[in-house]
Write a protein that binds this ligand. Sequence first.
Ligand SMILES: Nc1ncnc2c1ncn2[C@@H]1O[C@H](COP(=O)(O)OP(=O)(O)OP(=O)(O)O)[C@@H](O)[C@H]1O
Length: 264
Amino acid sequence: MDDRQLARPWSVTADGVSKVFDSGTVAVEDFDLRVRPGEFIALVGPSGCGKSTFLRMVAGLLPRDAGELRVHGDEVTSPRQDVGMMFQKPALLPWRTALENVLLPTEVGPNRRGTGEAQAREWLELVGLRGFEHSYPRQLSGGMQQRVALARLLLIGADVLLLDEPFGAVDELTRERLNLELLAVHERLEPTVLLVTHNLAEAVLLADRVIVMSPRPGRLAGVLDIPLERPRSLAMLGSIDYVQLLGRARATLDAAAAGQEVTA
Ligand SMILES: Nc1ncnc2c1ncn2[C@@H]1O[C@H](COP(=O)(O)OP(=O)(O)OP(=O)(O)O)[C@@H](O)[C@H]1O
C-alpha cells in the first residue's frame, strides 16, 4: 500500500452491517470492514456464512437491516455504475458475440453511451481474449465466458469489483490462468476488489488482505495481511513466505470455523 492510496478516502466501509432474511435467517451480523481504494480483499469463510449476502449488500442489490455501508463515502442505497458484480455464471446473451456482449451496457440501460468499441477490444485483449471478439458464447469455454463478463465490467467503468466465486465453475488449470488475468487487470487499472472464494491458496496469492468470516451469522473473525510483493506470479506459490502465509490463513479459517476468537 503506497502513500497515495493511504491518503485517499475509503473505497468501501461497513460498520455494524447486519442482514436478517424474512425466513428469520440471520445471514450477516454486526460486520465491520474498511477497504482502501485499489486494495484487493479476499473474503473467505465457511459455506453459508453470509459472504454472498454481504457482497450483494455492497452492490446495492439487497437492503441491509442494520449498520452503515458506504462506497466512496456515499451510503449504499441502490446499484451504482462504478460498482460491478460478477457471479459464478457469466450471464452473457447467447446471440451476441463476445465483443457485442461487452458493448451491451453502452447500448442499453443507465450506462448507455453508444460508443466504446476500441475500449471494449482493449479490455478483451487485457483479459486474454484477443482473436475471440467475434465468437459467440457457445463457442467459448466457461473460463472464456467469465473473461467476457470481466471485460464488460471494465467497460462500464466499475472501479469497485465484487467477485462472487467468479471462477468456481472452471477446472483448476483454467482457474489459475483466470487468476493471472485478474492480477493483470488489478495491476493495470487498480480497481478495489472484493473477491469471495473458497480457495485459500488463491486468496493468499491474489489479495492484500484475507478477511475471514465466522460461521453464520457472518461476523468478522480474522484479518490476515498478505505482504507479498507485487506483481504477483504463480512462481510465488513455491516461496517460503507464501507457504507460511497460507498456513496462517488456514489456521485462521479453522479457528473461525471452530468459533474461536482469532487475531492473525
Ligand atoms: N434470499 C434469501 N432468503 C433467505 N435466506 C437466504 C437468502 N439468501 C441467502 N440466505 C441464507 O443466508 C445464509 C448466508 O447465505 P450466503 O449465500 O450469503 O452465504 P455464503 O457464505 O455466500 O455461502 P457459500 O459459501 O455456500 O456460497 C445462508 O444460510 C443462506 O441459506
